[in-house]
Design a binder for this molecule. Structure first.
Ligand code: GLC
Ligand code: CA
Length: 558
């Protein structure tokens, strides 16, 4: 077992646009992040993952970068960034940056040059192909609806964009592109940042000119030919040229990757990445319409998926643990109960994730139990994926307006992007101006200020969970084992290290549920480490768990 600082850490994701606005223009910014550092210190997290702050025309809120070495004007200046890094480090908080290099903005200098002519020096920085009989080069579909190809009349060819047409895919086959990316990464690392979260990194190598679907191990229905062999070649080169020279952490966002393939990204002997974000558990119930279908949650499936990942990565890998981020709905609304049992279920979900083996990620506001939002009109939504999907489904008659709005309420990305709820003053204390996206109306009851001094708040529950990780080695390093496999309401598991066992029980139901301790679990001393109800009974052999109850015991056998 090799110990590493990033295995013992808790990571907090900041979506800067929605975190804190320091100058009243309605947009969160870097100075706002600095203002939030003491709050984060109090929570106890060790690492911030900062969603993109680079120069960007904001077609996809910063995931469309027009200059990798400059800060987005709305977010501030490079001096602000340097100060953030300094202030964070002063508080022992590390900063991990988003690295978006599958694509750039079409307003990036490289692309502006590339589209000028077929023999431009930057032409091969992007992926250009001829159309076929007036149609795009192939039938790949963009993640944001419509063809993944855009026709450009200057040179009468198409360029590839897996996301919006303002996000042109870089050509990783071109060694110059790789060199540019690696130089840029070194530039940021030399500034002292502590690592990268790599946007859709599983998708950087594509087999465009092959007609049959390859037996790709990265499985994406809309883009069948991702070449997994070369993805790894590129990442190993990146590791050799850049990552291995610094004491940093890396996590790759890897849609379409299964646990076996995951080991190729994070295996100790692979020299690629430290962790990846898998998507299986956040895709439970997705049907032919992907996330816009019915998507019913099923605990059994969730347990199977999480356990499979725990078991596979036990052999030389490491898990990243998350239930929400800026692309996913709020975890309490999705996996818990955001009305009657909001606090209980938010704490239960946190327990379930934070006690597993791996590095937990907290998405801003999750530590308050912030919930999904329902805006009446599409006009109040800002996310390009949501707006395009609405048009695609409603205009084609595939769904009614009402059905599509319901789907957006469940899964739309703006659920996670409403402003952080600091207090109960106007606009939740996020801004003194008009927020770029409306605040969730429940900010009067759900906000940080009201939770900080309340011992029983969701915030303080997270704080305790994070504190426990620092105190008990078993939380980072104990081996995972699922128990009560078939129970439909309870997710229970063990963690084992030497003579200690952690016993974690989580009731995912709004009904009482009976827990029975498997007979082979031996101990002669036990202690409750954390629970979301008062625990007043000493017996653990049989427990009647209350709605969304969670408990963690430390059992010692000597
Ligand atoms: C990743 C990001 C998402 C973005 C997309 C394109 O999935 O998390 O927010 O829209 O990549 O960059
Ligand atoms: Ca601002």
């Amino acid at each position: 077992m090799s110990k590493k600082w990033w295995k013992e850490s808790v990571i907090y994701q900041i979506y800067p646009r929605s975190f804190k606005d320091s100058n009243g223009d309605g947009i969160g910014d870097i100075k706002g992040v600095i203002q939030g550092l003491d709050y984060l210190k109090r929570l106890g997290i060790n690492i911030i993952w900062l969603s993109p702050v680079y120069e960007s025309p904001n077609d996809d809120n910063g995931y469309d970068i027009s200059n990798y070495r400059a800060i987005m004007k709305e977010f501030g200046t490079m001096e602000d960034f340097d100060l953030l890094l300094k202030e964070a480090h002063k508080r022992d908080i590390k900063i991990v940056m988003d690295l978006v290099v599958n694509h750039t903005s079409d307003e990036h200098q490289w692309f502006k040059e590339s589209r000028k002519s077929k023999d431009n020096k930057y032409r091969d920085y992007y992926i250009w192909r001829n159309g076929k009989n007036g149609q795009p080069p192939n039938d790949w579909i963009s993640f944001f609806s419509g063809s993944a190809w855009e026709y450009d009349k200057t040179t009468e060819m198409y360029y590839l964009h897996l996301f919006s047409k303002k996000q042109a895919d870089l050509n990783w086959e071109n060694a110059e592109v790789r060199k540019e990316v690696f130089d840029m990464m070194k530039w940021w690392l030399d500034k002292g940042i502590d690592g990268f979260r790599m946007d859709v990194i599983s998708l950087i190598a594509k087999d465009i000119d092959i007609d049959d679907e390859k037996d790709s191990k990265v499985v994406m229905p809309n883009i069948p030919n991702i070449n997994n062999e070369r993805v790894h070649k590129f990442l190993q080169e990146m590791n050799r040229e850049v990552l291995s020279k610094y004491d940093i952490m890396t996590v790759g966002e890897t849609p379409g990757v299964d646990p076996q393939e995951a080991l190729n990204f994070v295996g100790n002997d692979r020299n690629e990445l430290n962790m990846i974000f898998q998507f299986e558990h956040v895709g439970i119930g997705d049907g032919p319409d992907g996330k816009w279908g019915k998507s019913e949650f099923n605990l059994k499936e969730f347990k199977d998926i999480m356990s499979k990942w725990q078991d596979v990565l036990e052999n030389g890998g490491w898990n990243s643990l998350y239930l929400s981020n800026h692309d996913q709905p709020r975890s309490v609304s999705r996996f818990g109960n955001d009305t009657e049992y909001r606090e209980e279920s938010a704490k239960m979900l946190a327990t379930c994730i934070h006690m597993m083996k791996g590095t937990p990620y907290v998405y801003q506001g999750e530590e308050l139990g912030m919930t999904n939002v329902k805006f009446d009109s599409l006009d109040d939504y800002r996310d390009i994926e949501t707006i395009n999907a609405y048009k695609e489904y409603v205009e084609s008659g595939k769904k009614t307006k009402e059905e599509m709005m319901e789907a957006i309420y469940k899964r739309g990305r703006d659920n996670a992007r409403t402003p952080f709820q600091w207090d109960d003053s106007e606009n939740a204390g996020f801004t003194e101006g008009t927020p770029w996206i409306r605040v969730n109306p429940n900010y009067k009851t759900i906000n940080a200020k009201s939770q900080l001094d309340d011992e029983n708040s969701v915030f303080n529950y997270y704080r305790k969970l994070i504190e426990l990780r620092k105190k008990y080695e078993i939380i980072a390093y104990g081996k995972y084992k699922l128990i009560l496999d078939d129970d439909k309401n309870i997710y229970a598991y063990l963690r084992k290290l030497n003579n200690e066992t952690l016993l974690v029980m989580c009731n995912f139901s709004d009904k009482n549920s009976k827990f029975t301790l498997p007979e082979d679990i031996k101990y002669n001393k036990k202690e409750v480490l954390i629970s979301n109800y008062n625990v007043n009974c000493d017996e653990i052999e049989k427990i009647d768990l209350k709605p969304y109850e969670a408990r963690v015991y430390l059992l010692i056998d000597r």
